[in-house]
Design a protein around this ligand. Sequence first.
Ligand SMILES: O=C(O)CCC(=O)C(=O)O
Ligand SMILES: [Fe+2]
Length: 375
Amino acid sequence: QHQKPSEFYSSVMNMELLLGSELAILDRLDLFIRESAEKIKLLKRERDRLRDDVRGVDHVSNPISAFLMTKRLLVDYRDIDALIRDDVYGRKLVRELNSEECYRVGVAMVRGEYFSNANQWFLEALNRWKVEDDPGVNQLWINQMLKQDPTHAGGLVKKKTIEDDQKKLRSGSTSRTTLSRRLPPRPRFGNFLYLSHRLAKPRISRATVRDDGEHRVSNARTSQSAWLDAGDDRVVTTLDRRVGDMTGGLRQQSYEMLQVNNYGVGGHYVAHYDWAMEAVPYAGLGVGNRIATVMFYLSDVEVGGATVFPQLGLSVFPRKGSAILWYNLYRNGKGDRRTLHAACPVLSGSKWVANQWIHEYHQEFVRPCELDPEK
Ligand SMILES: O=C(O)CCC(=O)C(=O)O
Ligand SMILES: [Fe+2]
């Protein structure tokens, strides 16, 4: 900075500095090109979708067409404009939230009177505030907000409880991967991937949740699903065999049908357990509670759509061809609350997963019972 240009080539050290800067410039250029290419891809897809919608308009006097047109003009083109001007998806969404953003989410939650969620956001704001160089939020505001929860003796008491809970849950083998998005090598599940496309598409419909034993459509779960079994295609049988391998041989007699789910933009599933709390769980099936869940990711997702386990501080980003497995029950048959999980909204792209739920009955030799509630 303080050197005259001639002083650069008069010493090797300075030439090295210059080389370093040049490499950094090239890296930035690389990043810019990659991000721009992604953006163009996204814009092309949006353009095609909008063109299709416009082609579908029969009469502007049709109230639905008119509504959709207004929505396109007010929302969709604005988003596109924002995307062109600013690198919304390329830069803002792929990075993590900072303390100020966590704080703002918390404030919105307080307004909606979701106090315990709000407190978790404030706590996260506080954690990030501690390590940020130039936080956009003030510790006092965060502490003040933590105190605002009128439903409890005091936000700060609650804050302590949450912190203790988190500490307890994070000790041991649990690792917190939310902060670093490391991608495992992509496994190969071969032609299972066509499950979503060939098999599920023709019969997919709005997913339901169980409420008092009844299946209902709900805003808590905005995806579409289809149930497949071995009779549908050989690929389902192969998949069942893989599930058997992954679980150390859990018996197929108590597998549910395979459930394929598709989430569009905004599609999500709020935090829930896969195991049921009733005295006789899944009475209609007659094979006991769901002992384990195996979930296959049938697609990548452009932005969003992670499966998160809030009690474990764990988030799993969809990768086409990968799968996750967890046990829902302790060995004594009790539901494990650490398995609380949710599907985050898809922000851009489309998400396909397949759930294989496995029940308790017939597993007594593969996963024997224990009295110890911790096992
Ligand atoms: O889609 C996900 O990431 C989770 C789905 C899920 O939890 C379920 O379908 O029970
Ligand atoms: Fe689930």
